[in-house]
Unconditional design. Structure first.
Ligand code: PMV
Length: 319
């Protein structure tokens, strides 16, 4: 078949529990956000490859360093499809911001890979697409854990431990409000900071990481019991522990406090920290709106609301 316009889609993700402690072998839970989509298009061309999207447009070969994983995604997918030298006009369209711990980089790589495979009518299994995405992400992020690559193309929450990914058969029985602090997170920096603490203050750091690991385990049990209040309490406790490890900042602490004051079941930073997003849990849509408004009032630059059941409500709460 002739090559044609290929389309690929992935979604944003949040880490519900387990950031940082996952680096030390503890479990983590990540969740896809199906209402925040990343769509890529790939059109084979006789000319050189181009990229349009994520705030940039031009020849792919001249794209700034932050697009390294997209360039690599296009090339590994074209090779997989048997067209290693193909020119491709690639465009991406994101419904969520980059650099906020929402998985933009892995989502873009995954969407571009799917679009290129689609353009050449090349079938691939989920595992093959995952390993192509990891190849692309390795260029951009050194040694990615794989959590983002899995979660941005999952259709249910995933449990992740020591490189082993399992689908969780439960979803939180709560509304989840995601609030953007408006500040870029710095995962590389915070991971290095925790490592330094671990090396210089082993006992206290290990105790905090161990408790974070335990919390993730307790959350799996609470999710199965549909005990959203217990999940919420663990979120606030996890935030306190993460702040104690030095990976929060004033904006994130302010957003968490505002959410809790407004009646959230609990709230925490999500992802690497020192920027990025906060997640809060609420037991009803009415509470979710109140929590969302409180976080906007406390300085959030954007918010999104995830309903417990799909289709209950898409995207942002109307204000
Ligand atoms: O900022 P994000 O969403 O990429 O999450 C980072 C999660 C960490 O546990 C801090 C690091 C990691 O590689 O797992």
């Amino acid at each position: 078949m002739e090559p044609h316009v290929g389309v690929g889609q992935t979604v944003a993700k949040i880490i519900l529990f387990g950031e940082h402690s996952v680096v030390y072998g503890h479990p983590a839970i990540a969740m896809p956000l199906p209402t925040l989509r990343m769509t890529a298009r790939a059109v084979p061309t006789d000319g050189p490859s181009t990229l349009t999207g994520l705030g940039w447009s031009g020849p792919l070969a001249q794209a700034p360093a932050r697009f390294a994983s997209i360039a690599r995604a296009a090339s590994v997918a074209a090779s997989f499809a048997g067209h290693p030298d193909a020119g491709l006009n690639i465009s991406t369209d994101a419904e969520f911001p980059p650099e906020r711990g929402l998985g933009s980089s892995a989502a873009a790589a995954g969407a571009v890979i799917r679009a290129v495979l689609d353009a050449f009518d090349t079938p691939a299994t989920r595992e093959e697409i995952f390993s192509l995405t990891q190849e692309a992400e390795t260029v951009a992020h050194g040694r990615p854990s794989g959590l983002d690559a899995v979660a941005t193309s999952a259709d249910a929450p995933v449990h992740f431990q020591a490189g082993v990914v399992t689908a969780l058969d439960v979803v939180p029985d709560a509304w989840i409000i995601i609030a953007d602090s408006g500040v870029e997170g710095s995962t590389r920096e915070t991971v290095a900071h925790v490592r330094h603490r671990y090396d210089t203050d082993r006992a206290a750091t290990t105790a905090a990481l161990d408790r974070l690991g335990e919390i993730t385990g307790e959350v799996v049990t609470a999710l199965r019991a549909r005990d959203a209040a217990a999940v919420g309490r663990r979120a606030t406790e996890a935030h306190r522990l993460l702040a104690g490890l030095g990976v929060s900042n004033e904006q994130l602490d302010t957003l968490v406090a505002a959410a809790v004051r407004a009646g959230a079941l609990g709230a925490k930073l999500t992802g690497g920290g020192r920027g990025g997003c906060v997640i809060a849990l609420a037991s009803s849509q009415k509470d979710a709106v109140r929590v969302e408004e409180a976080m906007l009032g406390a300085g959030a630059s954007a918010t999104w609301v995830h309903a417990p059941e799909p289709g209950q409500m898409a995207g942002e709460v109307a204000r």
